[in-house]
Structures are given as structure tokens and as C-alpha cells.
Ligand binder design. Structure first.
Ligand code: BES
Ligand code: ZN
Length: 619
């Protein structure tokens, strides 16, 4: 009897992983989606796609399950560049459809006439060879050089370039997929693998099946296909990459299992069963992408000494902030990235100690202050208006670092003994839902601030969310280790020899900081030669240090940095590194021909995410 009651109580409290019925949720209005979810809303996507590496297309069908208002006569999907062949009802009747006018960034609405009843339709389609989400690599662009490679990047609104669905982060969907690729390629998706080795389907093709039965925003549907090897790291962790990189990747990711343990202490149980990491070819345009169950990362984090693993802490943290509790619209992006940046730092502190966490937090805060000085004030608010713009324009350090600063400030105001239970509660209360900044405010008021009037006044939420700049009440972050690097940067800029700098035992973040300080200082060619010869910066295996050094060299128009700069810009495609370097080069008559020459050679190797940005810089 008691056990039965307890079970009932547990069932009543447990949040379903799938969506509540139509009546209980209407997703927040999203200016980046054509969907009208109040009429008909997609709840499940079932893909059956074949990858053709010759024509660079995915083709096949997407069967969508939806909930509808009884009187709904149409369902509206998001598409961009898809070739729609036909749309069928469940009983294989051909359904009428039309594509709306093309809107910049957003693509086209696909409006399908619904039959009087039924909750499933099938869209037969193929993708365009230049689908923005997909990068098709030639064998020459891979590490192994023998096989082609395909991967997707869905965030923010690119999933619609390969899947016709309602592409809004407020419209959560479960999915399953059957993906057919030529042998011997294998396929990884952000879902549970049902056929780890694939099954032969004839004609030298293999099919791989996947199932994701936890509802996710569509930007988290992800795929990669290539010559992939796998190595287990722990009971629920592992790494996929091309065979040539496997050993190096596995060593760098050694601490992953421990990271999950630390994250669970803060966020509550890890809910996605597995956490694997896919190390992509160098063109991957981001540092990392938090695709559920399998984070995608750039190979530029393989420094050889685990010095860049905070990026993994970041993507792992998204398993709570972002994937479990998702920004309902791209104007609420800070709910994903600010929480994650805060959470990332707590994981780093738990694993590697306070000094390292403080260095990272300070580097982030410094970046924010530098960036905000050059930004339109309206874009330095946490709740930002992106109507008529590409959501990409909201990807600045503001959602990351101003968002994190809000949480640091709350933490410091109430102490961890009060803050941590609230944070864990926040993830549980909103698990598997997409929320707005307003819902965050309500949660904070009801669950943390309550009747603490002093706290409410001290925090001044409107200043954080709706006003520009960093509120004066923001808690300060200061790293003593970085202050030492400041001292040495000052000494060097005043003429001290590189060999006289007190750098023994420095952490990579101290180097990064020293170089960031030196970028705006007028150093002479002989000082730059001294710096590079003494510390071998041009040969650094740490991509952040190399990047910071190259920026120093470019700022001073120092010819010896051009060869390593060219290697760096052609050897990897991470936009965070490409954008500032091309921008710096384009600012001077010295740099412009260098930028144009390098970009002409490198452009075709970049993912669209990067080339579109750089197209706007190098002209
Ligand atoms: N989710 C982001 C990447 C992203 C953001 C893709 C917006 C598309 C649109 C990911 O979690 C991220 O923030 N990556 C950072 C690394 C992180 C350590 C700051 C990156 O790629 O640089
Ligand atoms: Zn992130």
C-alpha cells in the first residue's frame, strides 16, 4: 500500500521526457520560425535518409508526428533550400503543399494542407549541395585522406537546411533516424545508436539506426559520417574520431568521467545516459557543439596537456543548461550560454582548483569588457531583440559572460549554500522544457529571492536583462595569477628582455593573458623577435596561445608571423580564431593583400558558418 502510494507520488512528480499534450503548452512566439505551433506542432521526427557524397545531398523522407487543434487545416514547417518532392498523409494520400516567399536568414515556410484527421505526414525531399548546416569534406580534407566526411551544425537555425521541421528551440521533438552511407563509413548522431556497426543493405551501402526518445529542440539534431574510430574512456564516456587522431584525443579527454561526476554534484543526475565526444576534422567552425549524447569538438583543443579542456566542461554543462532547460527563443540565448559559462567554471574549479577557475573567469570577464566597448548598446542587454536579424548576431560574449556574471553575482549575494540548491532545482523544475527570460525571472523570484527584499533590490534584474552594459553591482572577478602576467607584460613593454621575465611554471592562461595585454602595446620588431625566439610562440601547440601571439604580430605588422599565420588560417576553420585575425589584417594596407591571398586559398575548406562571416570581412 505504502509502496504503491510512494510510486504514485513519484510518478506525479517526475517530469516526462516527452512533451505534455497540446493543451498545456504553447511555445513562446519565435521571430526566427514560420511555424504556427498553436495550430499544429511537430512532436516527433522520423528520418530515413541516404547520403550521396558524389552529389553532396541527403535525400529521402522525414515523417513528422504532430499534435493539432481539431480545426487546424495546415501545418507550417521551416525549410531553407530543400527540394520538396511530395508530401503524403499516413494513408499515402498526396497532400497539397506550398513554399512561402524566401526570407533572408529564415528560408521558406512549407505550408502543408492537412487531411481532416491523422497526426502524421511524410515529406519526401532532398537537401541542396550547399545546405548551410552540412559540410561535405573531400578525402583530402580529412586526416586519413582516404574517405569523405560529412557533418552537420544545426544551431542556431540551420537544421531547416537539412530537415523540414518546425525549427524553433521552443518546439521540442523526439526523433529517430535511419541513415544510409557508402561502406566503410560509419555514422554518429545525437541519439542512441541502435546498430553500432550498421547493417549491410546491398550495393556497398550500410544503414545505421538511431533513436532519441528525450525531447530536444531541433537545433540539437546532429549527424556525422566518416571513417570514425571509437575508444571507450569510462563506463558512460568515449571518444569518436578519425583513426589517426584517436590516441591523441583519448589522452586529452582522460578527465571526462570525473567532469561528469563534478557536474552532477552541481546540476543533479546526468540525464542523457551516455556522454561521448566526437573530435571533428579541423574545419569545424566552432570550438564545441553540445549535441546531446555526443558533443562535437574542434581538434584545436588537443593541446597535448589538457590545457584547453574547459571547452569540454562547457559543452558538458550544456547537458543541463541548454539541452535540458533550453532557451525558448534566440533572444533568450543567454539562458543557454550564461548558465553554461557559469556552470563550466564551477566544473573547472571542482576538478582543477580555484586559481585555474579564477583565471578562466577573469579572461572571460576581460573579453566582455573589451567587446562591450565596441558594441551597439542595445546588443549588450541579456534579453536581446533579434527580429529581422540572423540569430548569429546575438552570438557575442554578452550572453556568455554577462549571463555568467549575473549568476556569479547571485551566488555571491546569497552564498553557495543557498544558490546551489536553487540552481539544481531550476534544472529539475524546467527539465525538458524551453523557457523565456521572463520564466527565469519568475523562477528566481519564487524560488531564490522569495521575500528577501534586500536581495531583490541589490540584484536589480531589469538592469541585467533589459539595460545595456554591465551593472555596477556585478561581483568583481580578479585572478592573482593573471595579475602576475600583467606585471610581466608591463615590464616587457617597457624594454625588459624576454629572458628576464618571471614566467617559471606559468599556466597556459597566463601566457594567453600576457599576449592579450601586449596586443595593444607598441612593440618594436626586435622585441617581437626576442619574444618569439625566447618562448617559441610561433610553434605553440596551444591554439589559444598561438592565436593570441599571431594577433600581436599582425597588430605590429611583423612579417615573420605571416608563415605561421598562413598555416593557422588554412589549417583549421574555427570562426572564433578566423574572424579576429582576418579583421585585424583587413584594417591595414599591409594586411589586406595577405588576408585576400590566404582567404582565396582557404575559403573552400571552411564550413559555411565561417565562410559567410569571413565573406563579410575580406573583400
Ligand atoms: N552552443 C555553442 C556553439 C554555438 C553557439 C553554435 C551559437 C551556434 C550558435 C557552444 O556551446 C559554444 O559556446 N562553443 C564555444 C566554446 C565555449 C567554450 C565558449 C565555441 O565554439 O567557441
Ligand atoms: Zn555554449
Amino acid at each position: 500500500m505504502l509502496a504503491g502510494l510512494l510510486l504514485l507520488a513519484a510518478l506525479a512528480c517526475a517530469r516526462p521526457d516527452t512533451l505534455p499534450p497540446m493543451t498545456t503548452v504553447t511555445p513562446a512566439p519565435d521571430v526566427h520560425s514560420f511555424a504556427r505551433p498553436a495550430e499544429a506542432r511537430v512532436t516527433h521526427v522520423s528520418l530515413d535518409l541516404q547520403a550521396d557524397f558524389t552529389t553532396r545531398r541527403l535525400g529521402g523522407r522525414a515523417t513528422l508526428t504532430f499534435v493539432r487543434r481539431p480545426d487546424a487545416s495546415e501545418i507550417v514547417l521551416d525549410t531553407r533550400g530543400l527540394e520538396i518532392q511530395q508530401v503524403l498523409s499516413e494513408d499515402r494520400q498526396v497532400l497539397a503543399f506550398r513554399l512561402g516567399p524566401a526570407v533572408q536568414h529564415l528560408g521558406q515556410a512549407l505550408v502543408i494542407t492537412l487531411p481532416a484527421s491523422g497526426d502524421r505526414i511524410t515529406v519526401e525531399y532532398r537537401t541542396s549541395p550547399d545546405a548551410a548546416a552540412l559540410q561535405w569534406l573531400t578525402p583530402a580534407q580529412t586526416a586519413g585522406k582516404d574517405h569523405p566526411y560529412l557533418y552537420s551544425q544545426g544551431q542556431a537555425i540551420l537544421t531547416r537546411t537539412w530537415i523540414p521541421t518546425q525549427d524553433s528551440p521552443g518546439i521540442r521533438q523526439t526523433y529517430d533516424a535511419t541513415i544510409t552511407v557508402p561502406r566503410p563509413l560509419s555514422v554518429v548522431m545525437s541519439a542512441k545508436s541502435l546498430t553500432p556497426d550498421g547493417t549491410d543493405v546491398g550495393n556497398r551501402q550500410r544503414a545505421y539506426r538511431f533513436k532519441m526518445d528525450q525531447s530536444v529542440p531541433p537545433y540539437l539534431i546532429a549527424i556525422a559520417a566518416g571513417d570514425l574510430a571509437f575508444r571507450a574512456l569510462g563506463p558512460r564516456t568515449g571518444v569518436y574520431t578519425e583513426p589517426a587522431m584517436l590516441e591523441r584525443a583519448a589522452r586529452e579527454l582522460e578527465d571526462l568521467e570525473q567532469m561528469i561526476a563534478a557536474a552532477e554534484t552541481l546540476g543533479g543526475p546526468y540525464r542523457w545516459q551516455r556522454y561521448d565526444v566526437l573530435v571533428l576534422p579541423p574545419s569545424f567552425p566552432y570550438g564545441g557543439m553540445e549535441n546531446p549524447r555526443v558533443t562535437f569538438v574542434t581538434p584545436t583543443i588537443l593541446a597535448g596537456d589538457k590545457s584547453l579542456v574547459s571547452l569540454l566542461a562547457h559543452e558538458l554543462a550544456h547537458s543541463w543548461s541548454g539541452n535540458l532547460v533550453t532557451n525558448a527563443t534566440w533572444g533568450d540565448f543567454w539562458l543557454n550560454e550564461g548558465f553554461t559559462t557559469y556552470f563550466e567554471n564551477r566544473i573547472m574549479e571542482a576538478l582543477y582548483g580555484k586559481p585555474r577557475a579564477l583565471m578562466l573567469a577573469t579572461l572571460g570577464r576581460d573579453q566582455l569588457v573589451r567587446d562591450m566597448a565596441a558594441m551597439a548598446p542595445a546588443d549588450t542587454r541579456l534579453s536581446i531583440d533579434l527580429e529581422g536579424r540572423d540569430p548569429d548576431e546575438g552570438t557575442t560574449s554578452v550572453p556568455y559572460e554577462k549571463g555568467a556574471a549575473l549568476l556569479q553575482t547571485l551566488e555571491s549575494a546569497v552564498g553557495r549554500e543557498r544558490f546551489d540548491p536553487w540552481l539544481r532545482g531550476y534544472f529539475n523544475r524546467h527539465a525538458f522544457t524551453s523557457i523565456t527570460s521572463k520564466q527565469f525571472v519568475v523562477d528566481l523570484q519564487q524560488e531564490l529571492i522569495r521575500d528577501d527584499k534586500a536581495l531583490l533590490d541589490a540584484i536589480d534584474l531589469p538592469a541585467w536583462l533589459d539595460q545595456p552594459g554591465l551593472p555596477a553591482a556585478a561581483v568583481a572577478v580578479r585572478s592573482p595569477a593573471l595579475a602576475l602576467a600583467d606585471d610581466q607584460a608591463r615590464r616587457f613593454s617597457k624594454g625588459a628582455a624576454a629572458s628576464s621575465l618571471a614566467v617559471a611554471g606559468w599556466a597556459p592562461q597566463q601566457w594567453q593573458h600576457l599576449l592579450e595585454q601586449l596586443r595593444t602595446v607598441p612593440l618594436s620588431p626586435s622585441q617581437l623577435r626576442d619574444l618569439d625566439a625566447t618562448f617559441r610562440l610561433s610553434a605553440s601547440g596551444n591554439s589559444e596561445i598561438l592565436f593570441a601571439w599571431l594577433r600581436v604580430g599582425v597588430a605590429r605588422q611583423f612579417p615573420p608571423v605571416v608563415p605561421p599565420l598562413e598555416r593557422f588560417l588554412t589549417g583549421q576553420g574555427r570562426r572564433k580564431f578566423l574572424r579576429p585575425l582576418y579583421q585585424d589584417l583587413m584594417q591595414t594596407a599591409w594586411g589586406q593583400p595577405i588576408a585576400r591571398r590566404i582567404y582565396a586559398a582557404a575559403r573552400s575548406s571552411y564550413h559555411t558558418v565561417s565562410s559567410q562571416t569571413i565573406d563579410g570581412i575580406v573583400k
